[in-house]
Ligand binder design. Structure first.
Ligand code: AP5
Length: 216
């Protein structure tokens, strides 16, 4: 069992690799992006505010996301947790450390997925997701076998995210470099950081991630 963070800019492949680890290693994916998208549909005032912030590509407040993660960490996951898109600020990183310590758990590895900006733009603008089961596709690199039909659940509910456009992506990248990239140094200094080439093919990235996990 290992608790890991997948760290990287928008489109680095965090969600794609997290889903493989859930299938292959029975780990539990904790994606704050997915949790916030769920909160958006709640019809509450908080959900409405979150939707506006996310559509602009800005970060939601530390308080909200730390609260979401705290609820999930109450009991350990047998296969370990994958933190996908969290932490994203130094405050969140400190909070995660404290939450894990309080619940008698640890952090085994932080995997930085390195991808250059040009590739990120292509990945984000080509992405679509099955609205029924969450499977992630891409127009060029991973299209569904039958257009409009999910390979996994057979659903016909393909969707594109509201923040997957050029303007929001510019802000998301700025937020990443300003607020999230300092975490690379933070975890390096703790001896917990490993980096993988996120530009490689999905299977090659998965193999590199597996190598880090097997050593953790
Ligand atoms: P979130 O949902 O976390 O989005 P993100 O970090 O911007 O990351 P993405 O989901 O866009 O990309 P990914 O790295 O998972 O890539 P994927 O695997 O899909 O956050 C959204 C928003 O929520 C934030 O902007 C913020 O507002 C808010 N938020 C979330 N967490 C927060 C926090 N902790 N604090 C504050 N606010 C928070 O892959 C992308 C595409 O590339 C896919 O089409 C895929 O098929 C393709 N692809 C993947 N890997 C490869 C590969 N190796 N080769 C070729 N194509 C590939």
């Amino acid at each position: 069992m290992a608790n890991i963070i997948l760290l990287g800019p928008p489109g680095a492949g965090k969600g794609t690799q997290a889903k493989r680890l859930v299938e292959e290693r029975a780990m539990v994916q904790l994606s704050t992006g997915d949790m916030l998208r769920e909160a958006k549909t709640s019809g509450t005032e908080m959900g409405r505010r979150v939707a506006e912030v996310m559509a602009r590509g800005e970060l939601v407040t530390d308080e909200i996301v730390i609260g979401l993660i705290a609820e999930k960490l109450a009991s350990p996951a047998a296969g370990g947790f994958i933190f996908d898109g969290f932490p994203r600020t130094l405050t969140q990183a400190d909070a995660l450390g404290a939450l894990l310590a309080r619940t008698g758990q640890g952090l085994d590895a932080v995997i930085e997925m390195q991808v250059d900006d040009a590739a990120l733009v292509a990945r984000i603008t080509g992405r679509y997701t099955c609205g029924s089961c969450g499977e992630v596709y891409h127009d060029q690199t991973r299209p569904s076998k039958v257009e409009g039909t999910c390979d996994v659940c057979g659903g016909h509910n393909m969707q594109r995210r509201a923040d997957d456009n050029a303007d929001a992506l510019k802000t998301r990248l700025m937020e990443y470099y300003k607020k999230t990239s300092p975490l690379i140094g933070y975890y390096y200094a703790k001896g917990q950081l490993s980096s993988v080439d996120g530009l490689a093919e999905m299977d090659a990235v998965a193999a590199a991630v597996a190598k880090v996990l097997d050593k953790a």
